[in-house]
Every structure is written in C-alpha cells, then in structure tokens.
Design a protein. Structure first.
Length: 258
C-alpha cells in the first residue's frame, strides 16, 4: 500500500536530517587491488559528470595526469547510469553503473564499473563501494536489497570471471547510524571447528546464500596437490542475522564418499 504523501514527506525529511558526518568505510576494488578509506559526501554530479575522474585504479590510463586522462577519453567511452536500489533505515541507496568500451569498437561497451551511493543529505551522497573490473570478461550486475530472515541487507556480488570461484562482494545492514558490514566471524569459527584438522573451506561468493541463511562450501586439504584436488567433504553452516552479526545455528560436515 502506498504511503500517504504526508508520511512520505516526514520519512524523507527524517532521512535527510541524518548526520552526514558519521565515519563510514568505503571498500574499493580496482587494478590496484583492494583498499579501504573513509568516504566524504559529494553531489550526484560528482559521480556522473565525468566518469574518467572516478578512475580510482588508473585502469584506463598509464599516465593519469590531466593530459593522460584526456588521451584516455579519446580511446574509451564511459557512461554513468543511475539506478535506485531501495531504502534501508531511512537511507536512500543508489547504484551508478558505468558501461565502458573502446571508441574504435562501439559494440564493446559493457558495465565494468559500479559505485554504491548512500544519500546523507540534499544532493549529498557517500560512496561505500567502488568496483572497477575493466579487464575481465564479466558484466557487472546491480546491487540489491535481500531479506534474510527478519533483517534486510544491501548486497553486491560479482564473479571475477575466473575458474577459482572468486568474486567482488559486499554486504551491509543499516540502522540510523548508517551501513554496517555483515560479520560472519562467529559462523566461520564454528564451521572451522567442525571440519577435519589441516583442511579449509571458503564460505564467500556463491557459497553464501543470504536468503536461505546458510553457507555451503566444499572442504579441501590445506595444501592440496592441485586446484581441483584433495577435496574431503562439504560443510554447511546455518545462521541467523542479529543486526549485522551472523550467529551460528547449526553446523554440519559431510565427508566425501570413499
């Protein structure tokens, strides 16, 4: 049922009065690897007007001086597509998806960058996630809000395009203070206690199912003979979210059949 206009206005006013000075973390993946920093608020135009200026990893230029960026703009084309994701704890969340391509090949454009923005004031946004995956074969997907039991979570997960099951991911629970990364350390510790010694499991990317509230992973020897060798079984960890904390409910290890 749609909210009455009066209540919608009240909720919007509350959201825009949330302090923009809270210290949040931003996680970034680019050609420079993974990094974290503290984001500051910007206008939406900051993220959309000239996407070349948002090339945090220098992926599109060898010389990222103003002259180098100008040369990059002659070789590559980048668009900025803004998509609403939803609202959590009064915060409006946006994706900015960046299709990137070579001007010499108009059909090559595909979404290779993504920014997740959280509105903290009138035309003021903080970036909490920044992904640049220009050199992979995959197309970046929008983020989403997922119901996990009684909690609602902002989630992003994109395959890195390799055969090792890797990905770029981020998961956040929101309250009035802002986004809090989900903490799976208790579940992972309980799963580690249940599997045989000198083995390991992965537990992220496609192994994590927030909707079903479980982690299901193959278990491999700590020093396998090859990438696909020495699998000894599977482990499943069921959990529930209490705010941003994943609490273990049931852990099961199933050994491989002889």
């Amino acid at each position: 049922m749609a909210l009455p206009k009066l209540w919608f206005g009240v909720l919007l006013a509350v959201a825009l009065c949330i302090p923009a000075t809270a210290q949040w973390n931003r996680i970034a993946f680019s050609g420079k690897g993974e990094s974290q920093d503290i984001p500051v608020p910007h206008s939406l135009r900051y993220f959309t007007a000239n996407p070349f200026l948002r090339d945090d990893g220098g992926d599109l230029c060898v010389d990222c001086s103003p002259q180098g960026r100008a040369k990059s703009a002659l070789e590559y084309s980048i668009q900025a597509v803004v998509q609403p994701v939803g609202v959590l704890a009064g915060y409006h969340i946006l994706d900015v998806l960046y299709p990137v391509g070579k001007r010499s090949d108009p059909g090559s454009s595909d979404v290779k960058w993504k920014s997740i923005l959280v509105q903290v004031g009138p035309d003021r946004y903080k970036e909490i996630f920044h992904l640049q995956a220009f050199y992979t074969t995959i197309s970046i997907k929008p983020s989403s809000i997922i119901a996990s039991g009684n909690e609602r979570v902002l989630a992003t997960m994109d395959s890195d395009g390799g055969n090792g099951g890797g990905c770029w991911e981020g998961y956040w629970w929101f309250d009035r203070a802002g986004p809090h990364p989900l903490d799976f350390s208790r579940v992972e510790a309980a799963m580690q206690q249940r599997i045989p010694k000198q083995t390991l499991f992965f537990g992220h990317c496609s192994d994590l199912d927030l909707k079903s509230r479980l982690i299901h992973s193959g278990v491999q020897k700590s020093n396998p003979g090859c990438h696909a060798c020495d699998w000894v079984g599977e482990v499943t960890g069921r959990f529930r979210l209490a705010g941003p904390i994943a609490e273990p409910i049931a852990i099961e290890f199933k050994p491989s059949e002889p």
